[in-house]
Design a protein around this ligand. Sequence first.
Ligand SMILES: O=P(O)(O)OC[C@H]1O[C@H](OP(=O)(O)O)[C@H](O)[C@@H]1O
Length: 323
Amino acid sequence: MTDTEPSPAVRETAESIATMEIRGAATIASAAAEALADQAAAAAEADATASDPEAFRASMRAAARTLRETRPTAVSLPNALRYVLQRMEGDSVDRLRRSVVDASEAFVDQLDRAQEDLGQVGANRLADGDTVMTHCHSTDALACIEAAVEQGKSISAVVKETRPRQQGHITAEALRDMGVPVTLIVDSAARRYLDEVDHVVVGADSIAADGGVINKIGTSGLAVNARERGVPIMTAAQTIKLHPETLTGHTVEIEMRSEEEVIEPGTREAIGEITVENPAFDVTPPRYMDAIVTEHGQFPPESIVTLMRELFGEGAAEPWAEP
Ligand SMILES: O=P(O)(O)OC[C@H]1O[C@H](OP(=O)(O)O)[C@H](O)[C@@H]1O
C-alpha cells in the first residue's frame, strides 16, 4: 500500500456500493464506516503509513474520497465519513487507528439505535387494522411497520414493485416474514389501490433544508396521488439522511443510472435511436409530505431545518479534503 492507496476492503466496499450490491441509505452508511475502520487497520500495518501519522491521516482521507465518489444522492454516505473522520485524533498511528475504529463502531451502534427509536415514533402513527402502501425498500420505513406489529397492531401492506430495480420485492419478502399480509402491485396501479390504504410509508435518501424529500424515483408522484386521495404519507428517515450542504443553498444531485437497468438485455441495437434515461431519485416538495419521522420524533417537513441546524450547525465540513 502506498501512502494514499485505499485498502482492498475499501475498494471492494466502494465497488459494491456503486453496483448496488450494498444499497439502501442506512446500509451504505454503515458499510462506509466499517470500510474506514478497515482502512485504519490496513494503514497501521503498511510500510508507508505505519509510523507516520500524517501519511496515515492522508490515507484515511483518500479512502473516504474513494467511498464518497460511488453514489451522489444518499447523504448518509458523506455523513458517515464525516462522523468517523471528525473523530480521528491522536499523535501516534496507534492512537489514530484506535480513534477511527472506535468512531466507526459508535456510528454503527448509533444507526441501529436510531432506527429502533424512529420505528417507535412511526408505529405510533399507525393504528390497529391499518393498511400501508410502501415504495422501494427502506429499512427505516420497515422499522416503523415492524414496531407497529410488535405493539400488537394488525397491519396489512400494499407494496409497489418499484421499477426499474424492483426493490419492492425485498420489501414484500421482509413484510411477509414479519407476518404482514402483502399485496404486490406494479407501480402504475398505485392510485387505484390508494383508496384501500390508510397510510403511505416511504424512506429517504436525503432530506433538504426546505423539507424536500429525496427518495427513490416515483415517490413524488405517489405523494401527489396520496394527497389527492386524502391518504397521509410519512417518510421515515433517521437524521443521517439530513443533508447539511442544503443549509447553505446547495442542491442535492440526483443520480442518473445506466440505461441497462431499464431496457431488456441485448435489445440496445434493436431500440436504435431512442434515448433512455434512468434517474434513480426524485424530490417530493414538503407540501406533499405529512411528516418526517426521525429518532428525535416527528416533524412537519417545513420545520426539519431547525433539527438540521441543531445537529450540523450552519453547514457541512469536508474532512476528506486535502488540507
Ligand atoms: O436507509 P434505508 O431506509 O434502508 O433506505 C433509504 C432509501 O435508500 C434506497 O435507495 P437505493 O436502493 O440505495 O437506491 C431507497 O430509495 C430507500 O427509500
